[in-house]
Design a protein around this ligand. Structure first.
Ligand code: ATP
Ligand code: MG
Length: 743
């Protein structure tokens, strides 16, 4: 259109511009970190909408993480305005869910199917293995889960691996177990994460009319982080792109870090075969990092063999060399980094421009303790941690049964939680009835109550439970999801269970449960929230507030920060022990690529450190600096170790290693442990009450209270645990008393 605004083209270099303007036909952009691949994709989105007669929803854009997807949507909206939200943009999994909800019946599911997490997946596999009499000591269920996941990554259904001796598991029984597992999933109207892609693929392979629908719809397809697609994802893309052939993939073989999850760099090579005439564009100028940072990263990755090979240069500043440091132990390392963060803050940097990237998620603990004691605001990106907590999962199981009565795994988790006198015998009875009548457990429970199959206490318990579920289901669409959760927590007796519990963890559990309420309040419906939970791989905490980010290297892909800290570069931690044990060179090279991803996230400054002593799973271990440190070219690094590790080592002479403890830091851990748990910032902390523990009983009418969501107010009426409160901002509301605290 004549009014089109092409300013996004300004400032692009010639290669980038070529990639943006080659709108039609297959395009592959193969280029190193920070060369503007993502920027090219975003500019292309705008360019397509400007020049081609397509609607936003006729464009499919795929990214690797939810955070990256949100960022891409935002950056596109910045250029083309609000219509950006109509672009079909998301992760492969979110697009899989979207397709499956639309066509669930064609793959034998009901629209409201449940997405199982790995815990449920394992529970189901264990159950099947027990029934099939397979020794779970010899053949751990986790191994079966991994085998099935890899098959799914490859796009292989159970009927396609029958007789495959590709697996040694349980003397070649894995394929048969896979088939049973899929049958059970279908019976429970559920699927696992891998199914989101595999079912979508099956949907297209078996329904050419449906495939044609989407082939026609998606006139342009764009894919970021292409190096990390697995075979199933690749096949899905290939099917979708077959008609219009307008597919643009961008990637970097040096950043392939999901091989362990089935990603195949080979997809990059296959692209040119499958899409004949593909235009291949290479970008060589890095716009992100200083030349010292880029030099360090390039020198490191040069140790990998079998790279596609490319040159990278920057016209940016030389900057400061990458700082190396060795510290005495993990807490010392955290303190050093915290002090550097404060130095940068004093010099005018914002916390949000700094990130700490760790190899393993347990490493974040030392930082959390240290930041809490020093008052540095931080967020942990990787929201799964929160939803992985036991008490949260228990409540989620309640919600799942409300949302989807046939969700047997969820039902099993909570039918006797808190204990209501329904033991394994009762469950067996329900299972039997379910099998005989072809009913899910919840439905069988209902029938059992009606038919009088239970007597005495179990009967009352089951009757009450089923009545509660009926009640909650009736309320589900009438009240907001957070109020529903409050009701479930209170009426199920689950919150009470933790209130009665006198163990030291109980308070933390209660705090976490309360944290769930504001988390759910953001969603319009329970179904929407549950879908979010099953999809979140990272937490997009409030963007505005100024906090340091803590995350794993894997979740940092595609992101950039002014200052990056890379702690824990120790043999056995990074490269990870698993990589050293198992696959030799291949796994080691993937670790090195991960290190390359880490360094190349930095724009201005990069710090790499290692500790001589680290507590791993409660055990102190001594460790050697990572081989990757030796591989960094010395003209791009500066070693500060002299003041760090060697001093500390000398100071500690006389302590034997095993008996050594850092009294200060473990004391700190004790004091702060509780606070650390309560304060982890998975949700917006600005709505959280201050440190005081909540006093859940004995509120008098007229007393001033604080509620996480509604703020301050006064109690006007009381009915048992239900309070009617006149809030200063939110008006009069009914809330449960354990969600308020004295103000
Ligand atoms: P990664 O491999 O890490 O995903 P990438 O290739 O996707 O990196 P981008 O994130 O798109 O790179 O760009 C890196 C940085 O360089 C961004 O801050 C981007 O705005 C900037 N940039 C890209 N191209 C240009 C350009 N032509 N002029 C100025 N800055 C640019
Ligand atoms: Mg990118």
């Amino acid at each position: 259109p004549a009014t089109a605004d092409f300013t996004y083209l300004e400032g692009l270099n010639s290669g980038q511009r070529e990639a943006v303007e080659a709108l039609d036909g297959p395009v592959l952009v193969l280029a190193g970190a920070g060369t503007g691949k993502t920027r090219v994709l975003i500019s292309r989105l705008a360019h397509i909408l400007n020049l081609r007669n397509v609607k936003p929803w006729e464009i499919l854009a795929v990214t690797f993480t939810n955070k990256a997807a949100a960022e891409m949507q935002e950056r596109t909206a910045h250029i083309i305005g609000p219509q950006a939200i109509e672009i079909k943009l998301g992760t492969f999994h979110s697009i899989g869910v979207w397709l499956l909800r639309r066509h669930a019946e064609l793959i034998g599911l009901d629209r409201n199917f449940t997405i199982l997490d790995t815990d449920d997946q394992l529970r189901l596999l264990k159950q099947i293995m027990t029934e099939e009499g397979i020794d779970q000591k010899r053949w751990p269920p986790r191994g079966l889960a991994a085998t099935i996941d890899r098959w799914k990554d490859k796009g292989l259904r159970a009927d396609q691996v029958q007789g495959a001796n590709s697996s040694e598991f349980a003397h070649g029984k894995a394929a048969a177990l896979y088939a049973i597992y899929q049958e059970r999933l279908a019976a429970q109207n559920a699927c696992d994460f891998g199914d989101l892609l595999l079912h979508a693929l099956t949907l297209f392979q078996k329904n050419s009319d449906i495939l044609a629908l989407y082939q026609n719809r998606f006139k342009y397809i764009l894919v970021d982080e292409y190096q990390d697609t697995n075979v199933a994802q690749y096949l899905l893309l290939r099917l979708l792109a077959q008609k219009h052939r307008n597919i643009c993939c961008v990637g970097d073989d040096d950043q392939s870090i999901y091989g362990w999850r089935g990603a195949e760099v080979g997809n990059i090579l296959k692209f040119e075969d499958d899409f004949s005439g593909a235009k291949v564009i290479r970008l060589e100028q890095n716009y992100r990092s200083t030349s010292h940072i880029l030099g360090a990263a390039s020198g490191l990755i040069a140790h990998n063999e079998g790279r596609l090979g490319k040159t990278l240069f920057t016209e940016g500043n030389e900057g400061d060399p990458v700082i190396l440091n060795g510290l005495w132990d993990g807490p010392n390392e955290a303190r050093w980094i915290a002090e550097e963060i404060e130095n940068h803050e004093r010099k005018g940097k914002s916390l949000k421009d700094m990130a700490i990237l760790v190899r393993a998620s347990f490493q974040t603990r030392d930082f959390e303790e240290c930041f809490l004691s020093m008052g540095i605001k931080y967020r942990v990106i990787g929201g799964l941690r929160f939803y992985e907590r036991r008490e949260i999962r228990d409540v989620l199981a309640y919600l799942r049964v409300i949302n989807q009565p046939d969700d047997d795994l969820a039902f099993e988790r909570i039918y006797n939680l808190p204990k209501r006198g329904l033991g394994t015998k009762a469950l067996e009875k329900l299972r039997e009835l379910g099998r005989a009548e072809n009913l899910s457990l919840s439905r069988a429970a209902k029938m059992a109550v009606e038919k009088g199959l239970f007597k005495g206490k179990p009967l009352t318990a089951l009757k009450d439970l089923m009545a509660s579920f009926d009640d909650w289901r009736a309320q589900k669409d009438l009240i907001p999801p957070d109020e529903l959760v409050e009701a479930v927590l209170e009426e199920s007796g689950y919150f009470d269970m933790w209130r009665q519990d006198k163990s030291p963890e109980a308070e933390g559990k209660r705090e976490n449960l309360k944290e769930l309420v504001p988390a759910i309040a953001e969603y319009e419906s329970l179904g929407q929230f549950l879908e979010h939970v099953s999809l979140v791989m990272e937490n997009n905490a409030d963007k505005g507030s100024d906090m340091v980010s803590l995350m794993t290297l894997h979740s940092a892909k595609g992101l950039e920060y002014d200052i990056i800290f890379l702690p824990g570069w120790e043999e056995g931690l990074f490269p990870h022990q698993r990589a050293l044990d198992e696959n030799g060179l291949k796994a080691l090279e993937e670790e090195r690529r991960l290190a390359y991803v880490g360094i190349t996230r930095a724009k201005e400054r990069c710090y790499i450190s290692h500790a001589s002593n680290r507590r791993i799973h409660g055990q102190w271990q001594s460790s050697l600096p990572s081989r990757f440190i030796d591989e960094l070219p010395s003209d791009h690094t500066k070693d500060q170790s002299e003041q760090g590790i060697y001093n500390s080592t000398r100071q500690s002479e006389g302590f034997s290693h095993t008996s050594w403890r850092n009294p200060e830091s473990s004391h700190l851990a004790e004091i702060l442990g509780k606070r650390a748990r309560a304060n982890q910032q998975f949700v917006d902390n600005s709505t959280k009450p201050v440190d005081k523990a909540s006093k859940s009983d004995g509120f008098a009418i007229g007393s001033r209270i604080f509620h996480q969501k509604f703020g301050y107010g006064r109690i006007v009426r009381k009915d048992g645990p239900k309070l009617e409160i006149a809030f200063e901002k939110a008006g009069v509301k009914k809330v449960m008393e354990n969600f308020v605290q004295a103000a």
